[in-house]
Design a protein around this ligand. Structure first.
Ligand code: IMP
Length: 501
């Protein structure tokens, strides 16, 4: 006979935290959000500790190299999406790893025979006012000059005038050679009162710009997450099919951590994937597995040797798995059960395997609830898709801006490996939708605001660390009517435009 669990599974929205005693030491400035990303033995430290408990979802609409850099700058980790060719994914990882804070790869480049009209079009399209003039207009072409808004006057000049006639030519430029440090470049910028400094290779090819405004990037981002070579920490998604080609390419490109991206992780496919990695790389390659929603699933992946384990089936904002296949579990209940098993496993073996709560975060306080329920970090898709740095298009509808956001199981992504059970290789039914989410601006501002709320709630619970929150948190289930009581009620609200509370 089948097993019946007669208690309903709950979601984050059905829980509240009850404040605990907070001493005068309990102020947000004293809170640390450091958290382990990969497993470690009792008394040791995790090989990768994040400075904030957020990772971005392994999705086409979320985790490209730009978002990876922006999130690592704030202390978290992106998992570059695996539903692209091995070469393209490795190239994204390589770009994120080769990004040096303060050194910006020029993405606004133009040929010397282009016209002023082309310059205007390019600056409007990219939003950049400093253009590198290279031989063929490529980002790494031979540098011939630079055009900034100080080089032309739209009202006085003919739009057909050629770039070479008004650019600042190479022999009048001040530049640095590749290899110069950020602080050396900044000295040149200050000494010559420049706004930007091109950095070129020994044979005169364009490499980067250093901008005056970026000179204190490190000071502005104290939580940035760097590897031992001072490069940003970057993760990458893999699947349970082409790992023998994908894993070596991603490791070679510099990925710090991998994650098996699958809608259902309690399967032998995950074991085969982890076994292959251990046979070929031992423990030097870190790999997360999932997704599971109960203690048994956790145990299985823990015994397979996963470095972290992801929880969540069917709770994602774009997910229709529960409707299509009738599988899944309320995210809060799944998380609480898995975290209890993680603690039991730790007691038995002395190995702590971090748990990631994946999907279903709607409000910022859901992040705090997930941490309180035992998650070590949270994976978010919709949340990050809304930002400037996500790879998806920004569209304007009736004067309001949105970003596109589509599920990996939608026809648009066609990520068949994620849902593959070894049958016909084509995606025969959808498990995700194609959608729009309200555009929310830059990642940095949003993450800072969300985490300031998390820290503030942690103080209300008397916790200065995530571990302390997990030990001290008192969580209560709420009734349907008390959820109504929790929102603004019995008043006529003047402005209801805010999407995230
Ligand atoms: P969100 O943060 O609620 O938007 O959920 C993101 C998570 O949903 C991802 O990290 C995946 O685990 C999951 N996901 C991504 N695409 C799909 C899909 O097409 N169907 C079901 N789940 C998906």
């Amino acid at each position: 006979m089948a097993t019946f669990i007669n208690e309903p599974a709950h979601t984050f929205n059905e829980y509240l935290l009850i404040p605990g005693y907070s001493s005068s030491e309990c102020v947000p400035a004293n809170v640390t959000l450091k958290t382990p990303l990969v497993k470690y033995k009792k008394g040791e430290e995790s090989a990768i500790t994040m400075n904030i408990p957020l990772v971005s979802a392994i999705m086409q609409a979320v985790s490209g190299d730009r978002l990876a850099v922006a999130l690592a700058t704030q202390g978290g980790v992106s998992f570059i999406y695996g539903s692209q060719s091995v070469e393209d994914e490795a190239a994204m990882v390589r770009r994120a790893k080769s990004y040096k804070a303060g050194f910006v790869q020029s993405d606004s480049n133009i040929r010397p025979d282009a016209t002023l009209a082309d310059v205007i079009e390019l600056t409007q399209r990219t939003g950049h006012s400093t253009l590198a003039v290279t031989e063929g207009g490529e980002p790494d072409g031979k540098l011939l000059g630079v055009v900034t808004s100080r080089d032309y006057r739209i009202s006085r000049m003919d739009k057909s005038e050629k770039v070479e006639s008004f650019m600042t030519p190479f022999d009048k430029l001040i530049y640095a050679y590749e290899g110069a440090t950020l602080s050396e470049c900044n000295d040149i910028i200050w000494d010559h009162k420049l706004n930007s400094l091109p950095v070129i290779s020994k044979d005169g090819r364009m490499r980067y710009f250093v901008f005056r405004k970026d000179y204190d990037s490190h000071k502005k981002n104290p939580d940035e997450l760097l590897d031992e070579h001072k490069r940003y920490v970057v993760g990458a998604g893999i699947n349970t099919r082409d790992y023998a080609e994908r894993v070596p390419a991603l490791i070679e490109a510099g990925a710090d951590v991998l994650c098996i991206d699958s809608s259902e992780g309690f399967s032998e496919w995950q074991k085969l994937t982890i076994d292959w990695i251990r046979e070929n790389y031992g423990d030097s390659v870190k790999v997360g597995a999932g997704n599971v929603v109960d203690a048994e699933g956790f145990r299985y992946l823990a015994d397979c040797g996963a470095d972290f384990i992801k929880v969540g089936i069917g709770g994602g904002s774009i997910c229709i798995t529960r409707e299509t296949k009738g599988i899944g579990r309320g995210q809060a209940t799944a998380l609480i059960e898995v975290c209890a098993e993680r603690d039991k496993y730790f007691e038995e073996t002395g190995v702590y395997i971090p748990v990631c709560s994946d999907g279903g975060i709607v409000y910022d306080h859901h992040i705090t609830l997930a941490l309180a329920m035992g998650a070590d970090f949270i994976m978010l898709g919709r949340y990050f898709a809304r930002f400037d740095e996500s790879p998806s298009n920004k569209v304007s509808i009736n004067g309001t801006y949105y970003k596109e956001y589509w599920g990996e199981g939608s026809q648009r992504a066609r990520n068949w490996q994620r849902y593959d059970l070894g049958g016909d290789k084509k995606l025969s039914f959808e498990e995700g939708v194609d959608s729009l989410v309200p555009y929310a601006g830059p990642l940095k501002d949003n993450v800072a605001l969300s985490l300031s709320k998390v820290k503030s709630t942690m103080c209300n619970c008397g916790a200065l660390t995530i571990r302390e929150l997990q030990q001290k948190a008192k969580l209560t289930l709420v009734s349907a009517t008390s959820i109504v009581e929790g929102g603004a009620h019995d008043v006529i609200q003047k402005d209801k435009s805010s999407a995230m509370k």
